[in-house]
Design a protein around this ligand. Structure first.
Ligand code: AMP
Ligand code: MG
Length: 404
């Protein structure tokens, strides 16, 4: 039996260990983009609060007066007008979009459908009873539940909550996440690199992804390949963070100290997932702090972040709909061969052909250390665990890269 967990089992097992954040805070609505609702939003008002005009036009009383096609203009009502008089049978009110309907009126005729003289109008086509009125509570009724607990706030939600008069809302606190990179060979970008070194490339990109996912990020720097050092760093970060994410040192090399450090401190819940790239992913916890050990190769770190860490953060954040990445069908433009056994996240370029269908081509260089396979691509091409070969013209699943 394979010792590797499937991606789906790994996510499920790791999720089962995660206690979602319970602390909440009240924040200003205009700063709430991306945050998770902690208390459901029930409307205290009707929207709109009263019947109002959907058009610039004329409010009339049509019922009972269908035979007459002229009206005297008796008043003007603007959006924001406080007062109006009752509209009688032969009268009409000049009315603007959003203005309250005057009593007596049951229909609004759009101004394009009348001929206006000094103080009267004539219809150029018969009005329809009730047209061009936005009814009271037509959008939202007092008592409607509008936003459920666990919803991640989008710009349109901010508009919706503003429309019912809210200025502050209660959300879950952001997860505090620390990022470290392990490796004696790593030099900080911007510093002098020794001949034996390479530049550290992961922390900045991972921090950017974490920010986009609504986390409070600490860049905890570079860490040497030394068990005691790693233990000390984990211990101190675990006091003040909900999650620590490391890259490197989690495989089977003689300097791979992340797993032993984690096991000696807390619990290693899982290690090795049947995906490519990214097999040596590790997940564990020390106290209330969760730990994700990403492999050191850059593409492996990126893929495991997207495919495993992102859904786990959804659980930690209390996101109710832990949305899976959007998956689309595309036609492969060239054949592909490999050894089966892992679900592969190959990198490719998709485009819409002349017929509007999606086509995808795989990048030639697919190595887990080939960072340009991420920057030259615009999607993952998912090769199922059991597939050994795919022919040109095969239908494959793709996941467009996030644009944030
Ligand atoms: P490891 O998982 O530590 O064995 O690392 C695998 C490969 O990724 C090695 O070639 C490392 O030098 C490289 N690597 C690990 N971490 C980083 C990093 N933060 N930045 C750039 N390369 C890295
Ligand atoms: Mg290493």
């Amino acid at each position: 039996m394979s010792a590797w967990l499937s991606l789906e089992d790994a996510i499920e097992q790791a999720s089962s260990h995660i206690q979602p954040i319970v602390k909440t805070e009240t924040i200003s609505l205009v700063q709430a983009h991306g945050r998770i609702i902690a208390k459901s939003i029930v409307s205290p008002v009707d929207v709109p609060p009263w019947n109002n005009s959907a058009m610039d036009g004329y409010a009339i009383k049509l019922s009972g007066n269908e035979s007459s096609n002229t009206r005297q203009v008796s008043q003007t009502i603007y959006a924001g007008s406080k007062e109006h008089q009752t509209v009688t049978d032969n009268q009409c009110a000049r009315i603007m979009t959003g203005a309250p309907m005057p009593s007596g009126a049951d229909t609004v005729v759009m101004q394009e459908n009348v001929i206006r003289t000094e103080d009267s109008i004539e219809f150029t086509q018969p009005p329809v009873l009730g047209e061009n009125i936005r009814p009271k509570s037509g959008d939202i009724a007092l008592g409607d539940e509008l936003v459920a607990i666990g919803h991640q706030i989008l710009p349109q939600d901010i508009m919706l909550m503003s429309s019912i008069g809210l200025a502050n809302i209660e959300v879950y606190k952001k997860p505090k996440v620390a990022v470290i990179a392990t490796g004696d060979e790593l030099a900080e970008p911007g510093t002098e690199r020794g001949d034996h070194q390479i530049f550290e490339s992961h922390r900045g990109g991972l921090a950017a992804k974490l920010e986009a996912l609504g986390c409070d990020v600490t860049d905890a720097g570079l860490v040497k390949d030394d068990k005691d050092t790693i233990v000390n760093v984990f211990t101190s970060l675990s006091q003040t963070h909900d999650m620590v994410i490391s890259s490197g040192g989690v495989s089977v090399g003689d300097a791979d100290w992340v797993k032993p450090a984690l096991s000696s401190l807390g619990s290693l819940h899982l290690w090795k997932v049947a995906i490519k790239p990214g097999k040596p992913f590790a997940f564990g916890q020390f106290g209330h702090c969760y730990f994700c050990g990403l492999p050191g190769n850059p593409v492996s770190a990126f893929v495991t972040f997207d495919q495993i860490v992102t859904p786990l953060l959804g659980v930690l954040k209390n996101q109710a709909i832990n949305s899976k990445p959007l998956t689309l069908k595309a036609t492969l433009t060239s054949p592909f061969k490999r050894r089966a056994g892992r679900k592969e996240f190959a990198r490719g370029v998709y485009r819409q052909n002349e017929n509007g269908q999606l086509e995808v081509s795989l990048l030639k260089k697919q190595g887990s250390s080939v960072m340009t396979s991420l920057t030259n691509a615009n999607c993952y091409v998912i090769i199922p665990i059991e597939s050994e070969s795919l022919s040109s013209g095969a239908s494959v699943d793709i996941q467009p890269f996030s644009l944030t």
